[in-house]
Design a protein. Sequence first.
Length: 148
Amino acid sequence: MSLAVLINEQIKRAMLAKEKDRLSALRDIKSKLLLEATSGVGSEVSDETVIKICMKLYKQRMETYDLYMAQGRKDLADEEFVQAKVIEEFLPKQLTEAEILEEIRLAIASLGVEGPKDMGKLMGYLSGKLSGKADGKVIASLVKASLA
């Protein structure tokens, strides 16, 4: 079952269970998927595209959560956090820092990376390999530390 179909099923369940926050997050995902489907070449949205969209929405929700917490708006922050957790259900398991470092070590060995001058080559390889499994900023900071 594709992620897009799974999201539609989850929307139906949330409607029947009257889960307002969950339904709101799921509808947001679906609206972004529909925009992607109508702007693209095909009408089908791949699971990879769904994951990218969910990653973007998750980051937005967490940034908004942080802003609301900084402003002392716990009620709105809690709502954003709940929606972020719903979106997170559709993302692959995120790698730990140790797992990312191991991938970096393996990539350095296989690509023959010699130093900071090869950071772009290493980042290009790792970005493709770890897409959806780790945040790009985390990967970049760990690569920079590994090459220093």
